[in-house]
Design a protein around this ligand. Structure first.
Ligand SMILES: NC(=O)c1ccc[n+]([C@@H]2O[C@H](COP(=O)([O-])OP(=O)(O)OC[C@H]3O[C@@H](n4cnc5c(N)ncnc54)[C@H](O)[C@@H]3O)[C@@H](O)[C@H]2O)c1
Length: 375
């Protein structure tokens, strides 16, 4: 396996990585060193000559050149990218997919002390109030680091190496790739590939659920049901399925009434979460059901269309249509968790994907330069 160590400047990626690699006869790649060798210049000089954009372009190329991931059970390579490499989604996919990312987490106060003693000047930290800068970097990057297995990186080096070793072997067993994990005021968002089942199990456990009450529709469930049901069964969580009609036909008050009656027959209680598995139409209706059944029960979104993954599952807008117009009856009801798994999109018709990309292009043009460049 390839272990990828991520974390803020000063978190010990190089020191820990070198020792971990030596212990396993693995190779060690310090990405910043590699970039310096390729450029024939030190990083502060690259920043000065080419700006941060120039450095990031070099960094992206170096990550591309790492090649394919080693998927064996033994530690064969340890990679330590610079602290900001994982902000770019392209880098993150390349570094996390098929590899085992581990986050060396540490408090900004302690990291700042370490950096003061370090001979390497870090361009993003030098010349500023280091604690404040590290706090800002934590809030900007925390959700990307949190996708990795988190360990406290602040103990004595050999102890950290032991913990990283254990965490890596454990994480190697887990299915799929987590790309992002964000605790937000509008729900805990996890994004990745091949992760829906196992993350849903974690979220249900976090909410103390003893069963999974799934609200879905045949067009989505027919494609993704198996990938979600198997991990739930393995975790001993029985599955109750409430099926709604496919597409916009789900968004009526009559469907909400029928579904609420199905919940009543299942004796669903106030603290039991509903899990919406489907596209935007299904999520809007299931969300409204969750907002109103017993005056509101917890809610988890597992979006299965691209529209739902980039838009409708996020923000808590739920509702149904009336003959007089779309979305005329609804409520704001924030999900406790949103589990975005791009593997669920594999069966999505091309037309649906394109329609959603149109929406993404609009959002990007309205004010997200990084997304615009990516698209
Ligand atoms: N709440 C919000 O903030 C918000 C935002 C945008 C859109 N919306 C609503 O979302 C709805 C549109 O969402 P949508 O485009 O996801 O529609 P949808 O839910 O009707 O899904 C589109 C089609 O894809 C099928 N499908 C779902 N998952 C699939 C999969 N993995 N593989 C193959 N087929 C699959 C469905 O069965 C359906 O036929 C509209 O009702 C719109 O009002 C809500």
């Amino acid at each position: 396996m390839d272990v990828v160590l991520v974390g803020l400047p000063g978190s010990g990626k190089s020191a820990v990585g070198r020792r971990l690699a030596a212990r396993h006869g693995a190779s060690f790649v310090d990405l910043d060193e590699l970039i310096e060798r390729q450029a024939g210049a030190r990083i502060p000089d690259i920043f000065a000559d080419e700006g941060e954009a120039g450095f990031r372009a070099r960094e992206r190329r170096a990550i591309e050149e790492l090649g394919g991931a080693d998927r064996s059970a033994a530690i064969r390579r340890v990679i330590a990218p610079g602290g900001g490499a994982i902000v770019d989604a392209r880098n993150r996919w390349r570094l996390y997919r098929g590899r085992v990312p581990v986050w060396l987490d540490g408090r900004p106060e302690i990291l700042a002390q370490r950096l003061r003693r370090s001979p390497n000047v870090r361009p993003l930290v030098s010349g500023r109030d280091p604690i404040r800068t590290l706090r800002e970097l934590t809030s900007a990057r925390g959700r990307f680091y949190a996708a990795a297995a988190r360990i406290a990186g602040m103990a004595e080096v050999n102890g950290v190496v032991d913990t990283v070793e254990r965490a890596a072997l454990e994480a190697h067993e887990a299915a799929g790739t987590i790309l992002l994990r964000a605790e937000t005021t509008i729900g805990r968002l996890t994004l990745g590939e091949g992760i829906a089942g196992r993350v849903l199990v974690d979220e249900l456990r976090r909410l103390d659920a003893r069963r999974a009450i799934i609200v879905s529709e045949p067009g989505a469930w027919g494609h993704v049901g198996a990938a979600i049901e198997a991990p739930l069964a393995e975790a001993g969580l029985p599955c109750e399925l409430v099926m709604l009609p496919q597409g916009e036909a789900a968004k009526t008050l009559a469907v909400v009434e029928a579904a609420a009656r199905a919940l009543a027959r299942l004796h669903v209680e106030r603290r039991e979460p509903l899990v919406a598995v489907g596209g935007g139409a299904l999520g809007d209706t299931a969300g409204f059901l969750a907002a109103t059944y017993l005056r509101g029960v917890p809610f988890i979104q597992v979006p299965t269309t691209l529209v739902a993954q980039i838009d409708s599952s996020i923000g808590g807008k739920t509702g149904v249509d009336l003959p007089e117009g779309k979305n005329l009856v609804g409520a704001f009801h924030q999900p406790a968790a949103i589990v975005v798994d791009i593997a669920l999109l594999a069966t999505l018709p091309e037309r649906e994907r394109r329609a959603a990309l149109g929406e993404a292009a609009k959002m990007a043009a309205l004010g997200d330069e990084r997304l615009l460049e990516l698209l």
